[in-house]
Design a protein around this ligand. Sequence first.
Ligand code: M6P
Ligand code: ZN
Length: 197
Amino acid sequence: MPLDLPFCVSVSIPAGVPERYDRHTIRRLADMPGAYLDEAGRAAMLARENAVVYDVYEFLRPARAGDLLSGVTVLHPGRVGDEFFMTKGHFHAELETAEVYYCLGGRGMMVLQTPEGDCRTLPFSAGQMMYVPPRWAHRSVNTDLEADLVFLFVYPANSGHDYQAIEGWGFAELVLANEGGDAVVVPNPRWNLGSDA
Ligand code: M6P
Ligand code: ZN
């Protein structure tokens, strides 16, 4: 889409795929080594099928303060072992930048964490807005095995993504299915172990 011109685009509810967009990123199981607690389970699933975990449809802008990046993420249903499908999760490279999400469909949770390790996991479902303050890393989790978790996001165009800390440490909390299949938030037994690796 032309830069610096207003635009308006249809985003269907609850499917979420915009009628047009600048970039489509597909994240598959193979793109998430080490992200899930059950790495052997991920490898076994991968051997069968490199499933799509989520799609991101973005409206691109120059990376300048004052501008905004926006788009829609469609996080598909599934589990790796007991752990629900989730995004990789990231800090913003420009740490002092915030983000807003609006959930268009499905139900799930967002895991948020500061560099100091303060971790909060909040429910996030259709019709809810999530405010991610500056400094908080964020990951979305789809806790519904039948439906996509679909959400619109907006954040400053100069934010950037910092995946390194999350790839190394993970988040302090995980969202797992209990024996009944319901989502439960539990401490991550691996958290911080990889920080010096
Ligand atoms: C959200 C936004 C995007 C992000 C996407 C996928 O929609 O925060 O900036 O790219 O989630 O998450 P991740 O980048 O952590 O894989
Ligand atoms: Zn972000």
